[in-house]
Design a binder for this molecule. Structure first.
Ligand code: AMP
Length: 597
């Protein structure tokens, strides 16, 4: 980290705010916070060159909150932001910092929101207004916003306000605020016009810039995933599962709370993971690091401070689950891997609004960070199958198989099946709670794909988009794809009920049926209709017009080892639908479609 300040307590903040920061899990100030907070607390005007992700919100919010007199129900601070999203986000941040300040009230006001609501809220009296320039100007003109008690004015992302054409409004607002107040201007860049505004309206400002470190991190492969669609946790586990050289990882998050939460979630998913944060005493910290070294732990989730100085050669991966505040922290973090002459991998999660930080890191490290394509479910399955085959091959190469070979022969004979089927049953048993195929909505190719379509277009929720030929008409698809396959449109809305020979007594659940049908017949799960789960058999509704190949595939399909023998359901089942699937909106049958994979 860039800063020598390790503690918020050194910055001059009140005990109330210090308590809040500890409660929300901020362990140590980010560099921009360490530098800005004392300056602002001293009452100086300030120019802060920092971008989103550096912790700049708290850098200006905490000092301005120290000045608020909650008993005075008037706006005492005004924060201008370029967008309504940022206004809401900043207001939420302030609200979270105010959790121990009863009566504190922050109000976001922005264009597009009804004036009536805003007027009511303004009349109720807010201590801090966070708003977009246009709407703030409107309220000032209408005299529905009174800034007579203003103590602090913050221009957040000033260069963005300039870029979006708000600079005249900003200047108008600056002209119409009382003389006596503190002004802080934050901007990622300092174009001439912003500098001019700063010169005109700020009084003897202190300038704070988070210097970008340059460093080379040559031996480390650096990639980033732009967060979208999938939850970060799901993306993380998918990535870790298919990474080739994975041995151990250190995952960086921002807060102590997040270290614990993520460690719990990873443990629940079967990873040997532990949190490493400033709450651990030296002895506990050393124990975690020792366990990581010895292989008792594979993943440590850490904050920047807690991970300082860790030197564990088996760390093959560093994951920046939360983007670091600055390039120096980034370089520091990824330096935990690629040690002792080994290869290192650094994976960075970047939210869309953090793209700028990514570019800054690339500039500072003078190395491109390549985008990472999220592994599809099929990729994960392929990896699991490959690992499984490897394990089997190892056992085959070893000794002591005779006894078991004998048992397999006996089973085959007694059950009147081939050895291959016995092996399949054993393989199924060997999955031990971690199935080779991951269930879910997108189709997973068979273990040994006969073509190279690893990256199914439907493999990820975020990538899925309708791909229908001939409009919205549903179709079945076979597998592997055959380009000459005639498309068989059927009228939307028709469902046919089928019966299958598996039910509750086979330990089958609705999701097993959905998964098997989705995989074997190439029908996207949302187009699978109601499923009736009974003791010995079940029924399932599928769109009409199923082509022969899909029907044949389903006839041969087994669920939990039992052939399902799919056939049209003639008789009426007794009782009501046992395991009915509920559908809503998109999933309703009004929009039935088949996946065209
Ligand atoms: P910002 O750059 O202000 O948008 O902040 C980015 C993120 O960092 C937000 O989610 C903040 O909650 C978080 N954050 C800011 N300061 C700290 C800190 N000192 N410790 C941990 N997280 C922080």
């Amino acid at each position: 980290m860039t800063t020598a300040v390790d503690s918020f307590a050194d910055l001059g903040l009140s005990n109330t705010l210090l308590k809040t920061l500890a409660e929300i899990g901020y362990e140590t100030p980010s560099p921009i916070q360490a530098q800005c907070i004392p300056v602002l607390l001293d009452g100086h005007d300030l120019i802060g060159m920092a971008q989103t992700g550096t912790g700049k919100t708290a850098a200006f919010a905490l000092p301005l909150m120290e000045q608020i007199d909650v008993k005075v129900a008037k706006p005492q601070a005004l924060i201008l932001t370029p967008t309504r999203e940022l206004a809401i986000q900043v207001a939420e941040a302030l609200q979270s910092y105010a959790k121990n300040l009863p009566g504190f009230h922050v109000l976001p006001i922005y264009g597009g929101q009804s004036y009536t609501i805003q007027l009511k809220q303004l009349a109720r009296g807010a201590h801090v207004i966070v708003g977009t320039p246009g709407r703030v100007m409107d309220h000032l003109e209408r005299k529905t916003l009174n800034l007579d008690s203003l103590k602090t004015l913050v221009l957040d992302e000033a260069d963005e306000m300039l870029r979006m054409g708000f600079i005249d409004d900003v200047e108008w607002i600056l002209e119409h605020t009382p003389e006596q107040h503190q002004t802080a201007l934050f901007s990622a860049t300092m174009p001439e016009q912003i500098r001019r505004v700063a010169q005109k309206y700020l009084v003897d400002p202190r300038e704070i810039k988070i210097k970008a470190a340059t460093a080379t991190v040559a031996a480390i492969r650096q990639v980033y995933w732009q967060v979208s669609g999938l939850h970060k946790l799901d993306a993380l586990t998918r990535i870790l599962e298919v990474e080739d050289e994975f041995d151990a990882a250190i995952i960086f998050v921002r807060t102590k709370t997040a270290t614990v939460e993520l460690a719990d979630k990873l443990n629940a998913r079967g990873y040997a993971a532990a949190a490493l944060n400033g709450d651990l005493n030296q002895q506990m910290r050393e124990r975690v690091i020792e366990q990581l070294k010895s292989g008792a732990l594979d993943i440590v989730i850490a904050t920047d401070v807690a991970a300082r100085g860790i030197d564990v050669p088996r760390i093959s991966h560093v994951v920046n689950y939360d983007i670091p505040y600055d390039t120096e922290a980034y370089v520091h973090r990824i330096g935990r891997t690629g040690r002792a002459g080994r290869n290192g991998h650094a994976i960075l999660f970047v939210a869309p609004r953090e793209i700028r930080m990514l570019r800054t890191i690339e500039r500072a490290t003078r190395q491109p960070i390549a985008p990472l394509t999220l592994p599809s479910r099929a990729d994960v399955t392929n990896k699991r199958v490959a690992d499984f085959k490897e394990k089997v091959a190892e056992v085959l190469g070893g000794e002591g198989l005779d006894f078991f070979a004998n048992i397999v022969s006996q089973i085959a004979e007694e059950q009147n099946v081939g050895a291959e089927e016995v092996a399949a049953a054993l393989a199924l048993m060997a999955q031990e709670g971690k199935p080779l195929q991951i269930a879910g909505e997108d189709p997973v190719p068979r273990p040994a794909p006969r073509d190279d379509r690893h990256a199914s277009p439907f493999s990820d929720r975020e990538q899925r988009k309708p791909r229908f030929e001939g409009g919205d008409r549903p179709r079945f698809d076979d597998r592997p794809r055959r380009e000459d396959r005639p498309s068989r449109p059927v009228p939307a809305g028709d469902m046919v009920r089928y019966r299958i020979d598996v039910g509750r007594e086979h330990g089958v659940e609705v999701r097993d049926i959905v998964g098997a049908i989705a995989n074997e017949a190439g029908i996207e799960s949302r187009f699978i209709g109601r499923i009736g789960l009974y003791e010995e058999s079940s029924t399932v509704e599928l769109p009409a017009g199923m082509p022969g190949e899909a029907a044949n595939a389903l006839k041969r399909t087994r669920i939990r080892g039992v052939p399902i023998n799919l056939r049209p359901d003639e008789g009426r089942p007794g009782g009501s639908f046992g395991g009915e699937r509920k559908f809503d909106g998109e999933r309703s049958f009004k929009k039935k479609k088949f996946a065209d994979r």
